[in-house]
Design a protein around this ligand. Sequence first.
Ligand code: DQA
Length: 148
Amino acid sequence: MKFLIINGPNLNFLGIREPGIYGKQDFTALIAYVETVCAENGIDCETYQSNHEGDIVDRIQAAYGNTDGIVINPAAYTHTSVAIPDAIKAVSIPTVEVHLSDISAREAFRKISYVSPVAVKTIYGKGFTGYQEAILYLKTLLADNGRK
Ligand code: DQA
């Protein structure tokens, strides 16, 4: 099984950026955590981070035909982008949406996600653990569909 883990804008500033909301651990620690979870579960994983919407669209398109599942934290693009959910729909790769913070309990604009309708699951407010939950959810979903 091959997964692509995408992190959107400003997540490369984890640890520096609003630690009261996003935690004190930095982006390198998040990537190490995700890679460990994937390795423990026999999943090939590639990670990708970008601050640019079109680059994220390009990366999703590049996954077409060679990736079993996507975990994405679209960050601020969650609440503004139509192109990212369109790309997810275009490639038909099962995708779990993750947010570190509880987007349901913050500003009103964060309650709207354009990605949720195309995601097989949305996880928020669980910090790094949300990525583990997303990876395990996709693994089970794909195993049930007969993928190795
Ligand atoms: C976020 C929540 C978004 O509202 C915000 O713009 C982010 C990070 C999260 O992980 O909690 O950049 O996706």
